[in-house]
Design a protein around this ligand. Structure first.
Ligand code: SAH
Length: 267
């Protein structure tokens, strides 16, 4: 487990005091890397005051314009959510999340993404995450303060790190069934390239209609994010897409008037 490879990403945070509270929660749990996606106000005196002694985390915070940018080099991304959604995204609790981070973080940067205080994470933001992490709480009042939510998740990271440090002294029994990725895990930037390619190809095949998108691309992103592809798998899938694009182009040349097809009518 590599705590230094874990980043906390706050999306569109409204209250600078919360950013300071998050910095403090992170430093308590030995997390250093804070990314802020279009914060409403930053830097801010309120953030510094709430950070208490953790201003170092604030001073080193990276401010970016989009969530895609904040997670581009990450091989594993969790989105923290208090809500049920119209499309379920695979969801874990903080302890399972920490176990997955423990396994992945020596090899790749990992992101823990937290939403805006009022709106939470949108479905479009969720689409940049492999999995959701949900803190179990009172079903009638399940939304924690942003810094409190970061604290709970960061605490589990710290416990998992301690456990890994303890067990490092014990010889490994080799009983886990984890599979090593071929050529490393795909980064989120690799996946974004694949999704663009997939959209173009499905459009050319007339399976996907950009004027009537429904939930198709969202569901496909959920599928591939959940699978956690490695680089070799992304290469294979993109090879298939290129072959499909060629086949669609020669089909369209042979009968240019052809329209329609099966399409994603039921999606
Ligand atoms: N009203 C918003 C909640 C915003 S709280 C909503 O319904 O989604 C701000 C952020 O804190 C959330 O976007 C989420 O990232 C985190 N958070 C709050 N409560 C949480 C919980 N029970 N589990 C996981 N994350 C939570």
């Amino acid at each position: 487990m590599e705590l230094n490879n874990i980043r906390v990403v706050l999306v569109n945070t409204s209250h600078p005091g919360n950013i300071g509270g998050v910095a403090r929660a992170m430093m308590n749990m030995c997390l250093k890397h804070l990314y802020l996606v279009s914060p409403h106000r930053f830097p801010s005196e309120k953030a510094r005051a709430r950070a208490s002694g953790a201003v170092g985390v604030l001073n080193n915070a990276v401010v970016v314009d989009s969530l895609a940018e904040a997670v581009a080099d990450c091989g594993l991304v969790f989105g923290a959510s208090a809500r049920e959604r119209s499309i379920d995204w695979p969801s874990v609790e903080p302890r399972q999340c920490a176990a997955q981070v423990a396994e992945a973080s020596p090899g790749t940067p990992v992101a823990l993404v937290f939403g805006n205080e009022t709106a939470g994470l949108s479905n479009a933001e969720l689409a940049h995450c492999n999995y959701l992490v949900h803190i179990p709480a009172n079903p009638d009042y399940s939304s924690l303060n942003l810094a409190a939510a970061v604290q709970v998740v960061a605490y589990e990271m710290y416990l998992a790190w301690r456990e890994a440090a303890d067990s490092a002294a014990v010889p490994h029994t080799g009983t886990t069934a984890s599979m090593a990725p071929e050529k490393g895990w795909a980064s989120m930037a690799d996946l974004e390239g694949f999704y663009t390619h997939l959209t173009e190809t499905l459009t050319a095949l007339e399976f996907y209609d950009p004027d009537n998108p429904r939930q198709l691309m969202h569901r496909l992103r959920r599928l591939f994010n959940r699978a956690r592809l490695d680089r070799m798998e992304v290469n294979i899938l993109r090879g298939i897409l290129t072959a499909a694009q060629k086949a669609a182009a020669s089909r369209n040349q042979a009968s240019p008037a052809r329209r329609g097809g099966q399409g994603a009518d039921t999606v």
